[in-house]
Write a new protein. Structure first.
Length: 217
């Protein structure tokens, strides 16, 4: 279990802290949702959890032990909102092998099948894929790394409903094996997957009220 205890983050470029005494637990089999408006600090929260940004107070523990940012970079896998901006391989095969260079073609095709891309050619360029395919490819890369914690930034943003349903089914399956955190500005999309969640507002996490309007402009 990954646990945030009174975590604070105040970048030098901001007038106010982005995160204020954030407490959060992430455990396998219990997918977690954090909703918030654009600019509320959702992406920053993911960057802090996975060690891409330091903290100014509090602690982040794994199984009770305090972790460093470097340790969390190994523990966590982050899928960005726009994964195409972070692809480095010239082909799908090259992108997948960034995680493990010696993987066989069969292993690459197996992980693609797991994320719903069984017929995808390893020679196609990532930028030629649709938005939904790019999200799935980014997930496949992280699955090859086998992170204990999977962090997803707006995983359904810009996708049509048919593609969204497939992504949601995949996330439900993945959440059984590892801790899963989704951040989004449209939490209603994830109601079938994650019945309870949090709202990030003014740097503070508060329980998300499902009975009210869920969309965060």
């Amino acid at each position: 279990m990954l646990e945030l205890q009174s975590v604070r983050y105040h970048p030098a470029t901001a007038d106010q802290p982005v995160l204020r005494d954030v407490n959060l637990r992430l455990a396998p089999g219990l997918p977690t949702l954090v909703a918030g408006r654009s600019g509320s600090g959702k992406t920053t929260l993911l960057e802090v959890i996975c060690g891409l940004a330091g903290i100014d107070g509090g602690a982040i523990r794994w199984d009770g032990e305090i972790t460093t940012a470097r340790q969390r970079r190994w523990l966590c896998g982050l899928v960005f909102q726009f994964p195409e901006r972070h692809f480095l391989g010239l082909t799908v095969g090259q992108e997948l092998r960034l995680a493990q260079r010696r993987l066989s073609t069969d292993a690459l095709q197996a992980v693609l099948a797991r994320v719903g891309l069984p017929e995808l050619s390893l020679t196609v360029a990532p930028e030629q894929l649709s938005g939904g395919q790019q999200r799935r490819l980014a997930l496949a890369v992280q699955l090859l790394r086998d992170p204990r914690v999977l962090l997803l930034d707006e995983p359904t943003a810009g996708l049509d409903w048919a593609v969204r349903d497939g992504v949601l089914d995949l996330l439900l399956e993945l959440s059984k094996e590892r801790a899963l955190l989704v951040v989004t500005h449209e939490p209603d999309v994830f109601s079938p997957l994650i019945p309870h969640g949090w709202r990030l507002e003014a740097g503070v996490l508060r329980p998300l009220a499902r009975e009210t309007s869920l969309r965060c402009p």
